[in-house]
Design a protein around this ligand. Structure first.
Ligand SMILES: [Zn+2]
Length: 270
């Protein structure tokens, strides 16, 4: 009988998901192909991640979010032809899986996400821009655990935002818009860590001393621009610490940036 991949994936215990990845690692170590599991993972994902007709995004609730996110990773990793590479991808995925921890912090809500997506549209970001250049819709995963490293993540090659239970007092609303900022910059530049050229110039005026990690500055200021003067403003950590003058400049920059959003040229030649 074939190993019950879907059963292990959907089991709510993190331990079961880790056992599945461990099993795939063992097979890969023995030189056995894992490709035969691709169909059952694909079927599992299409069953659980139901996309509303023609929608630009899908919300995957806490019950299946972690299973589906891991399912996508596993699907891609077991498709890797180079056995050494596949093995190292699976080993890092096992570490990633084992580091989720229980937490009681509030998780972002679906209804709040819908409101935030409305705020983004009012700000000037057309919902189609949540898709990547190859029309992959955005997946938003509500993962009911905490991570030691991050409060959320944007995975550009899956076009997915994973929202975790946040550490400390960070607001999930601000964190979500921070991740949307990563999606926007990825769509504009075609690279996960690059910022639009116009932002390099803008930031010279804004933060003349700042040299590193421009992408994180970009997404944080993006969150500020989008949340300013909305019901979500009290949840943004930068609004209280930046002058009104700076906030106005930031908002103007982003309003102009999103006025004419385009996918990066590197995408259109593919
Ligand atoms: Zn970030």
């Amino acid at each position: 009988m074939q190993y019950d991949v879907a059963g292990k994936l959907s089991d709510p215990l993190i331990k079961s998901k880790a056992e599945l990845i461990d099993y795939l690692i063992k097979r890969a170590t023995q030189g056995k192909s894992n490709e035969l599991f691709r169909d059952s993972i694909r079927n599992y994902l299409s069953d659980k991640e139901r996309f509303p007709y023609l929608s630009n995004y899908s919300l995957i609730g806490p019950r299946y979010a972690l299973s589906c996110l891991l399912g996508h990773f596993i699907y891609h990793y077991i498709s890797e032809k180079n056995p050494t590479k596949q093995l190292s991808l699976l080993v890092s995925l096992l570490d990633f899986t084992k580091s989720f921890k229980p937490s009681k912090a509030a998780l972002l809500k679906k209804t709040t996400t819908e409101k935030l997506l409305d705020v983004l549209e009012k700000f000037g970001i057309q919902p189609y821009f949540l898709r990547t250049w190859d029309y992959r819709p955005l997946r938003i995963y509500y993962i009911p655990y905490e991570r030691p490293d991050f409060n959320a993540a944007y995975f550009p090659y899956l076009n997915s935002i994973a929202s975790y239970r946040p550490k400390e007092n960070s607001s999930p609303e601000y964190i979500f818009l921070h991740e949307v900022g990563h999606l926007i910059s990825y769509n504009i530049t075609g690279e996960p860590d690059k910022v639009p050229d116009s932002f390099i110039e803008f930031n010279k005026k804004m933060n003349p001393k700042w040299q590193n990690d421009l992408i994180e500055i970009f997404v944080d200021l993006f969150s500020l621009a989008v949340m300013m003067e909305t019901e979500f403003a009290p949840l943004n950590p930068f609004i209280p610490i930046l002058s009104t003058k700076s906030q106005k400049l930031i908002k103007n920059y982003f309003v102009e940036l999103v006025r004419d959003l385009k996918y990066s040229k590197s995408f259109s030649i593919q």
